[in-house]
Design a protein around this ligand. Sequence first.
Ligand code: HEC
Ligand code: HEC
Length: 298
Amino acid sequence: MRTSRWLAGAWLACAIAGAQAADPAAVARGKYLFEAGDCIGCHAGNGTSAAPSGGLGLDTPFGKFRAPNITPDKQYGIGLWSEPEFRRALREGVGKHGEYLFPVFPYTSFTRMTDGDAADIYAYLMSLPPVAAPNKPHEAKAPFGWRSLLLGWRTLFFNEGVKTPDATRSAEWNRGDYLVHAVGHCEECHTPRNALGATKSSMAFSGNVGGPDGQNAPNITSDVATGIGDWSIADIQTLLKTGMTPDSDLVGSGMKAVVRGTSKLTDADRRAMAVYLKSVPPIRVEAKPKSAAKSPPP
Ligand code: HEC
Ligand code: HEC
């Protein structure tokens, strides 16, 4: 009798805790950000599961990295992570046990995310069904697989922190700046990297030939000859919604996955991103990298 009453009480407590953990509005906002950040582009599981159960191989000049299982599975996923631990991973690139995470995980961009947005993504992930898929080890080339060396890398290249809005710009521009940098991490592919894999900020958005997985991410600065200076705001919005360029080409490789996410955003958010991109100063690069990525005309 006493046991059953205790059990009923415990069940009730769990039910209340569960209901609090799954605030539907936070889960919905988190899902939206998860799409905008294309987390699934790297954390997808193999096979038919839509859950971020990990395992995809990401080829980089430093070897092959595999994004881990971030479903709430307690053994293999992040089911035992607290919200502050999750936020620390996203914004500081530090794992549950205090280890430095490899910057293949773009925390270098997510570091600009607000507390609220990180908490919402956490709420969304915790609402997903857990998937018991073990993580596969990275196949990094020595010495790039040594986590201890990341301290030096971080000291040199990691600018941690949320960026404050620019008061001289419109709310729309600031929203676009935030979505492009903190969530969409567009620079991670579109900005060239130095020999140690850090993005070169002076060349922001000017394209990266031979990016991750051998992708040629084109120059998306406002340079007319080699960038997208001749695209209108509406053209950029269309690309982010449908994947179609003004030449009626459909974008491929990594951009296809990015568009799968941006296609689910509101028109207002896509417009804000376009407004921000149009303000990126032009940088002229030698060759238009995107022509190399395109297949030859038939
Ligand atoms: C470009 C690929 C990529 C994208 C995009 C990406 N991640 Fe990851 N993520 C990784 C890799 C690779 C690791 C493993 C890093 C390591 O082992 O040091 C990782 C690690 C993590 C971890 C730590 C997990 C653990 O077990 O240590 C969390 C949490 C995480 N990612 C969440 C996210 C979220 C949320 C998003 C979207 C907002 C996201 N990731 C987007 C590649 C990515
Ligand atoms: C995973 C790497 C990756 C990320 C992240 C990424 N892109 Fe791209 N992007 C590419 C690649 C690769 C192409 C070329 C695709 C093709 O030609 O088929 C491309 C193409 C584009 C183009 C078309 C340019 C042209 O000249 O045709 C635009 C615009 C663009 N990206 C904007 C963005 C924005 C905005 C973001 C952030 C929301 C972003 N990209 C994030 C890899 C990426």
